[in-house]
Write a protein that binds this ligand. Structure first.
Ligand SMILES: C=CC1=C(C)c2cc3[nH]c(cc4nc(cc5[nH]c(cc1n2)c(C)c5CCC(=O)O)C(CCC(=O)O)=C4C)c(C)c3C=C
Ligand SMILES: [Fe+2]
Length: 338
C-alpha cells in the first residue's frame, strides 16, 4: 500500500530555554547543517553557540508563538489535514528536528499498512541542509526499523508551473490593492561552501552567479540557482518590470560567507536610498515560521520603517491556502495512481 510523508524542518517543543536548547542541539549538530568534523562541530555548537543563543532564540520564539504551539508545526498540521481530505492514500507529517519525528511519521504509516512511501520534503529548493538531510535520515531509519518500506522522493519544485502559479497568486492577492515600489524575494541563506559541496560537476558553481544561467547538471542540486529561478519564474508570471524586484538571502549564522546579498543589508539599503513602500515574499519557506514572522515580519520591518520606509508588506507563505493544498494533493494522487 502507498502513503505519503510530508516533512518540514521542525521547531522546539515549547519556548522554554531548555527546549530551545535541545532543538538547536539536534539541528546544529547535523553534519549537513554545520558541515565540519564532529569534534569541531561539538566545540562550535556546544562550546559556543548553545551557551548564549537558546536564551535569545527563546525570546524570539515567544514573540511569534501561538496558543496552539509553533506556527511552523501548526501550519504544517493544517496542511497535512487538508491534503489528507483530498488524497485517497494515508498522509502523515514529520519534522526533521524535534516532534513529530521522522520515526514517528514512518511508524504511523506502517500502522496503516503502508510499504511504499512518497517522501515530500516541504522545501521548494534543494539544499544539503534541508532536503538532503531528510533523505539521509529517512534511509538510515528505513534500514534500521522499516526494512519492508521503499521510498520515492518528490523532487524540488522550485520551477514547477503549479508551484509558480500558486506562489504568484499569493503575491498578486497581497499586492493587488496596494502601491509598492519594490518586491524583495528573500530566501533562507546557506554558507557558500554548501553550494560548492553540492556541485555534482565539482567545477560549475562560481557562487557569484556567473554560472546560474548556464545550463548544467549541477543545477539539480544548486540551492542558489533554484532560488534565482523561482524569482525569475514568478517575476515572469506576474509580468514584473526589471528593477522592481530583486533576490536576497536571510538568517545567516557565524562569520563564514553565506549567499549574498544579505536580506538585512538589502532592506536597509532600499530604505536609505528612498524606497518608501516595500513588499517581501519568502519562497524558501512553505510555512510561516520564526524566520518569516520574526526576522522579516518584525525585525526587518522595524529596521525599514526606522530608516525612512513607510510601508512594509510581508506576503504570507503558502501555508494551507486552498490552491496550494489542491496542487500538493494532485501531485500525490498522480504518484499514487502510477
Ligand atoms: C530553506 C530552508 C532552510 C535552510 C536552507 C536552512 C539552513 C540553515 N539554518 C541554520 C540555522 C538556523 N535556522 C533556524 C531556523 C529555521 N531555519 C529554517 C529553514 C532553513 N534553514 C526554518 C524554517 C527555521 C524556523 C524554524 C521554526 O521553528 O520556526 C534556526 C533557529 C532559530 C534561531 O536560533 O535563529 C537556526 C539556528 C543553519 C546554520 C543553516 C545552514 C545551512
Ligand atoms: Fe535555518
Amino acid at each position: 500500500m502507498k502513503g505519503v510523508l510530508l516533512v518540514n524542518l521542525g521547531s522546539p517543543d515549547s519556548t522554554e530555554v531548555k527546549d530551545v536548547k535541545k532543538y538547536l542541539d539536534e539541528f546544529l549538530m547535523d553534519e549537513r547543517v554545520i558541515d565540519v568534523p564532529w569534534l569541531l562541530r561539538a566545540f562550535i555548537v556546544r562550546g559556543i553557540i548553545l551557551r548564549t543563543r537558546p536564551k535569545n532564540s527563546a525570546e524570539a520564539y515567544k514573540r511569534i508563538w501561538w496558543e496552539e504551539g509553533s506556527p511552523l508545526i501548526v501550519l504544517s498540521e493544517r496542511l497535512q489535514e487538508k491534503v489528507q481530505e483530498l488524497v485517497s492514500v494515508p498522509v502523515a507529517l514529520a519534522m526533521r528536528y524535534g516532534n513529530p519525528s521522522l520515526e514517528s511519521g514512518l511508524k504511523e504509516l506502517r500502522q496503516k499498512g503502508v510499504t511504499e512511501v512518497l517522501l515530500v520534503p516541504l522545501y521548494p529548493q534543494f539544499a544539503m541542509a534541508t532536503t538532503e538531510t531528510i533523505l539521509v535520515l529517512a534511509e538510515k531509519l528505513r534500514k534500521k526499523h522499516f526494512p519492508e518500506m521503499s521510498f520515492t522522493t518528490m523532487p524540488a519544485f522550485y520551477n514547477h508551473p503549479d508551484y509558480v502559479r500558486v506562489l504568484s497568486a499569493s503575491v498578486q492577492e497581497e499586492l493587488q490593492n496596494r502601491e509598492w515600489d519594490h518586491l524583495l524575494f528573500s530566501y533562507h541563506g546557506v554558507p557558500e561552501r554548501h553550494i560548492k559541496k553540492s556541485d555534482i560537476t565539482k567545477s560549475h558553481c562560481k557562487i557569484d552567479g556567473s554560472c546560474c544561467n548556464n545550463p548544467s547538471p549541477a543545477h539539480r542540486f544548486c540551492y542558489r540557482h533554484q532560488c534565482y529561478e523561482t524569482t525569475k519564474q514568478v517575476a515572469s508570471y506576474l509580468g514584473l518590470k526589471e528593477g522592481t524586484y530583486s533576490t536576497s538571502f536571510q538568517s545567516r549564522l557565524g562569520k563564514d560567507p553565506w549567499l549574498q546579498p544579505y536580506t538585512d543589508q538589502t532592506v536597509a539599503g532600499f530604505a536609505e536610498k528612498g524606497t518608501k513602500k516595500m513588499a517581501i515574499v519568502t519562497p524558501a519557506f512553505v510555512s510561516d515560521c520564526l524566520e518569516t514572522l520574526e526576522e522579516i515580519g518584525m525585525e526587518a520591518k522595524e529596521d525599514f520603517l526606522e530608516k525612512g520606509g513607510e510601508e512594509f508588506y510581508v506576503i504570507p507563505c503558502l501555508n494551507d491556502r486552498e490552491d496550494w493544498v489542491k496542487v500538493l494533493a494532485r501531485w500525490m494522487d498522480e504518484w499514487a495512481d502510477q
